[in-house]
Ligand binder design. Structure first.
Ligand SMILES: Nc1ncnc2c1ncn2[C@@H]1O[C@H](COP(=O)(O)OS(=O)(=O)O)[C@@H](OP(=O)(O)O)[C@H]1O
Ligand SMILES: Nc1ncnc2c1ncn2[C@@H]1O[C@H](COP(=O)(O)OP(=O)(O)O)[C@@H](O)[C@H]1O
Length: 424
């Protein structure tokens, strides 16, 4: 996590586990009282979008957050708005005694028996079937585990139970954002959070699993090795196993560059694409998102032509490295200049495949969205050299795809890109 002061107020940039904590707090699952370092007033995501405002700190350094706007949400199963509901809404739907079943891992046959038993012992209880999934480090919901767990657990929900997806702060402990008295790794964290959903009692299925089950699960990998050992010699088997463990397929590297005006939808599409790739093409990806890159890789660079060219070239260089090892890089800078884009193409094509997506959403639409309030500032002359207003955007003549998000929905945009990747 890093901090980044803005002109009108200081902000704290959140990622991963911190975003989950914030979502839990704003949704009413935990006391929305934060301790942050002095002077911090706005909590933003890594794309610099303001998510919550903090009231000034009291004497004990505790501040209260109020939501500014919806979080960025992904497209895959764990972002289903019908299931990812705020704690305070869920609480209203329960009556009487509430048993919460916490699902953090793929339920086993014996887990389900214990669940049925616990439910049978409390016939009058409302049952909450709570699926705990957190963001992962590679992006909002990169990696196939979260959506797969949600699909499996949803299909197994006991009859009459209320299924809810709980954003889970399972990652590293937050550095600068803490929630009063709560340490995410502590054993009572799960109970404290789930009590926010109305739970009187919690059955934490995976952590109460019998030792025998744990042993059998651990042995499954050995069983696979044993069976495969009858087919392959050791040399093949070792290689196959490491491929299996890394999830890597024997596929070519790929760079997808989304270029377009600020607010055109590059970042939204990039996240959705990254979330879909594991399930649709069996590939994980590395996101190189505009603002995020500028906070790290290109920290200190401005928005004059030379700085932008350098920024985009750096992105191209890193994307090329990712592709050189068979990885997928999804990059979403404005990339307004043809010269720097052709450098990205060269880096990508030297190491794999390249797909240039021009996100052609008209300026008027981007400006009306003004997610970050930057167009208003640019019009007022408070930001110089703003793309589309006071700095040019050179429309690509080599785009593989052109997508106007004022007429194409996010899902459709992702479908178009995946189709283009499949077509080669
Ligand atoms: N002068 C000016 N012009 C354009 N954009 C500006 C400017 N100042 C700050 N910002 C914010 O920076 C984000 C664009 O950074 P990029 O790295 O994508 O730009 S570039 O490719 O280097 O041109 C862009 O983010 P996105 O909205 O995600 O595109 C803006 O939030
Ligand atoms: N079809 C669409 N595709 C992408 N974004 C859309 C679409 N329709 C509306 N939006 C909204 O437009 C805004 C685009 O912002 P963002 O993805 O950050 O753009 P950029 O990264 O190009 O600056 C978001 O608030 C998003 O919800």
């Amino acid at each position: 996590m890093n901090t980044k002061p803005t002109s009108d107020n200081a902000s704290l940039v959140l990622a991963g586990a911190d975003l989950d904590l914030l979502e839990l707090a704003l949704g009413g699952a935990i006391d929305n009282a934060f301790s942050v370092r002095d002077g911090t007033r706005v909590l933003t995501d890594a794309e610099n979008t303001p998510l919550a405002a903090l009231t000034p700190s009291g004497a004990d350094g505790v501040q209260t957050a109020t939501a500014r706007q919806q979080f960025h949400v992904g497209q895959s199963a764990q972002w289903d708005a019908n299931l990812r509901r705020p704690a305070r809404d869920v609480k209203m739907c329960t009556t009487g005694d509430v048993l919460a079943v916490a699902i953090t891992d793929f339920p086993t046959i014996s887990d389900m028996k214990r669940v049925q038993q616990a439910i049978a012992e409390r016939p009058a209880s409302s049952v909450l079937w709570l699926i705990l999934v957190g963001r992962q480090s590679g992006g909002i919901d990169s990696g196939p585990e979260g959506p797969a767990l949600v699909r499996a657990a949803t299909a197994l929900a006991p009859e009459g139970s209320i299924t809810v997806i709980v954003p889970w702060s399972a990652g590293a402990a937050p550095v600068e954002l803490t929630i009063r008295d709560l340490e995410p790794s502590s054993s009572n964290f799960i109970r404290r959070v789930l009590s926010g959903y109305g739970a009187d009692d919690v059955l934490d299925v995976a952590s109460t699993r019998p030792e025998e089950d744990k042993r059998l699960i651990a042995e499954l990998d050995n069983a696979w090795r044993h069976a495969a050992g009858a087919v392959y010699p050791k040399e093949s088997l070792d290689e196959l196993e490491s491929l299996r463990a890394s999830g890597a397929a024997t596929t070519d590297g790929l760079v997808v560059l989304l270029s377009g005006l600020s607010g055109s939808g590059k970042s939204t599409i990039a996240h959705a694409l990254s979330a879909e790739l594991p399930a649709r093409l069996g590939r994980r990806s590395t996101l190189l998102d505009g603002d995020e890159v500028r906070q790290m890789l290109s920290a200190g660079l401005g928005f004059d032509r030379e700085s932008r060219e350098l920024n985009v070239k750096r992105i191209g260089y890193v994307a090329g490295l990712i592709a050189s090892h068979g990885g997928v890089a999804v990059a979403a800078p404005i990339a307004p200049f043809a010269g720097a884009r052709s450098y990205v193409r060269a880096q990508a094509e030297a190491n794999g495949r390249y797909l240039l997506v021009y996100v052609s959403t008209p300026l008027e639409v981007c400006e009306a969205r003004d997610r970050k309030g930057l167009y208003a500032k640019a019009r007022a002359g408070e930001i110089a050299e703003f793309t589309g207003i006071s700095s040019p955007y050179e429309v690509p003549d080599d785009a593989d795809l052109t997508i106007d998000t004022s007429v194409t929905a996010v899902d459709a945009a992702v479908d178009l890109i995946i189709h283009a990747i499949e077509m080669g």
